[in-house]
Design a protein around this ligand. Structure first.
Ligand code: AMP
Ligand code: ZN
Length: 136
């Protein structure tokens, strides 16, 4: 299902031009217009899914396989030193475009980017309560 209001649907369908580095029947991979590093790219499914929660399992499997392939090719061709996969869901998590996408971010020694978080210091009781909430 496509979404008429969604810019990534239009880009994935080729209706809006993009710097495409890979395409097949189900996905288009484009260069991000506001890259964190040289080569920062986005995997876009051609179907509209707002986020990871909506993504069918079969598509999710293909996304991670494609991410692995792209990471290998991009690391080699761009001489990257490492790689981040980033995937945001919901405004609070930094999602700004509500069509599922996976960020492919090549990393270079001294690139000056920070993709991270401030580590917390939970007590053992807090960790145990969280473990129970999730798994029991
Ligand atoms: P997120 O914050 O995870 O939703 O990521 C959205 C990403 O899409 C950002 O890194 C933007 O720079 C990028 N972006 C937004 N519009 C476009 C566009 N038209 N073409 C390429 N990248 C885009
Ligand atoms: Zn869309």
């Amino acid at each position: 299902m496509k979404n008429d209001q969604c810019i990534f649907c239009k880009i994935a369908a080729g209706e809006i031009p993009s710097k495409t580095i890979y395409e097949d029947d189900e996905f288009r991979v484009i260069l991000d217009l506001g890259p964190a590093t040289k080569g920062h790219a986005l995997i876009l499914p051609k179907e509209h899914y707002a986020n990871l929660y909506e993504l069918p399992e079969e598509t999710a499997k293909k996304v991670i396989c494609l991410a692995k392939k792209m990471a290998s090719v991009m690391t080699e061709k761009l001489h990257a030193d490492g790689f981040n996969l980033v995937q945001n869901n919901g405004e609070v998590a930094g999602q700004t475009v509500f069509h599922f996408h996976m960020h492919l971010i090549p990393r270079y020694k001294g690139d000056g980017q920070t993709i991270g978080w401030k580590p917390g210091k939970p007590s053992d009781e807090e960790l145990e309560a969280i473990r129970k909430a999730i798994s029991e």
